[in-house]
Design a binder for this molecule. Sequence first.
Ligand SMILES: Cc1ncc(COP(=O)(O)O)c(C=O)c1O
Length: 462
Amino acid sequence: MVLYQQVAEQLAEHIRTGVFAEGERIPSIRKLHQQWGVSQSTALAALSALEAQGLIEARPRSGFYVKALPERLQVEEHVPAPVAVSRHQLINHVLNQSRQPGLMHLGAAVPEAVFLPQEILRRISNRCLREQPGLITDYAFPPGNKVLRQQIAVRMQAAGCSVSASELLITQGCQEALSLCLRVLARPGDLIAIESPAYHGLLQALEALGLQALEIPCDPARGMDLEALAAAIQEWPVKACVVSANFSNPTGSLMPDEHKQRLVNMLSEAQIPLVEDDTYADLHYGRRQPLPLKAWDREGNVLYCSAFSKTIAPGFRVGWVAGGRYHQPLQQLLTVTTMASHALSQQVMAEYLHSGDYDRHLRKVRRQYRQQLHNLVDALHASGLPVAWSLPQGGFLLWLILPAEVDALAVYEQMLQKGISVMPGSLFSASERFRHCMRISIAVSQPDWSLLVAALRGSLTD
Ligand SMILES: Cc1ncc(COP(=O)(O)O)c(C=O)c1O
């Protein structure tokens, strides 16, 4: 994060936690310069960023004041009743439309090829095929390629988890890992607590398995509201909880460490298994990788799922699950469902990780995503459109909040006509929420954000 963002984030934190109350004046540019030791231009950039997020407002000749949080940015306080999920048709319709060639692809959360290490993967694949021809004919039975599991275990240990290769199962992407966990933990009709908004693939998995969603309100910056979760597990017989604490999809929220610890402890005490989806963690903009929930797991209650789909190769379908005390039933289920997966992609992934290129690649794409995000935020800011947005500290997704009366599904259709695909917000809820929101992927090469702004302006003023 660059300095002005750090200052903005600190001030935002003070606003969220009530250090600066609604209507209160916040430190002026001069005070920030004197007391926080930042230049006046950094202070101004930080205050402008907060103004763009709708957190503060400038009053002529007086300074900046904390705004009443607009209704559309507030975290809902009540927990809705559980609902059966039926989003499959809508989600498939949008996903199919958004894959059309020739569009500016801001919809699907799939990085364009320029953000993936294609060349080195091609070289390793060719070498593997030459040296180990069996890789295209052999089964790769669970638990999966041993060297790959060792490489993943080393990375997970570096991220604060005490996990060994023997506790990992290789899956076909994170989607299979999530789906296996849900099938091991719950039966049709059971309640699963999820983030609201939640990743649409999770909603589809719940629907396919006949599970009900209990949507727990989430803050676009800090993730799940733990008070709401605590109330929900008191009131409802929750079978499992699925959380993406590091750069959630769609908002990019990052849960603070104290909340992570509290969440893990709360669910462990309540004996509710916690499924962690850590797909985006490697894409942090800050210096250090944020800790996963699994780092606080002492009892094997966290089923950690992830994949290399967002960082190395979505098409390789290499993901994994560290299932804690559910490792055995997960392995059994994997054996009778998928039975085996691709030996070649697992071997190439193992060799790629072993090559040491991954961290260099990550440093590069993190820089690129951060820059693209800045450019988009600057364009939105300059546009003067009546929209608010999340300010993710990692990943490549931005959550855009339109005025409450706007139907983002209609905006989505209009934008598609103008050659731009985005993801309408209602795909991320089982209960018709977020109709006025949309998700934008910034993992596109050389995006012209003025086209997006013009299309948005057209749709919002139609
Ligand atoms: C949060 C999240 N979890 C899981 C997945 C599925 O990933 P995979 O392609 O590895 O199955 C995605 C893909 O968009 C995602 O965004």
